[in-house]
Write a protein that binds this ligand. Structure first.
Ligand code: ZN
Length: 116
């Protein structure tokens, strides 16, 4: 059964170049700080554009590729409806257990809400 949700997507641009999508403004700011190119000054170079979008919810499975719990290497395996392949996306997040991800061979419009 296909399950869709309507959400707000935050597309982040640094120096007018698209860098990532996020589920909230806080997440976008947090991730921008990890970028070498991010300028935090008041006239900085980060631009966030929001968009209402209906996306498909996909069930993913969290796997730890490391056999060492002290240095986990989490990847979420999910079956992509766009290309029909399994994508294995690395994540540092055990929670909040959801993310907006692209099809690895699709376009910037092929966005899925993956839950694990
Ligand atoms: Zn795909």
């Amino acid at each position: 059964m296909i399950h869709n949700i309507q959400i707000t997507i935050y597309r982040a641009y640094i120096d007018e170049e698209f860098v990532f999508i996020a589920k909230s403004e806080e997440e976008a700011l947090e991730r921008a700080k990890d970028s070498y190119w991010y300028d935090e000054s008041p006239n900085g170079n980060l631009r966030i554009i929001t968009e209402e979008k209906t996306v498909q919810v996909i069930k993913g499975e969290l796997n730890n590729w490391s056999d060492n719990d002290k240095n986990p290497n989490y990847h979420v395996h999910w079956k992509c409806p766009k290309c029909n392949k399994e994508h294995q996306t690395d994540t540092s997040q055990v929670s909040p257990q959801s993310a907006l991800w692209f099809c690895e061979v699709g376009t910037v419009e092929d966005i899925f809400y993956v839950k694990w």
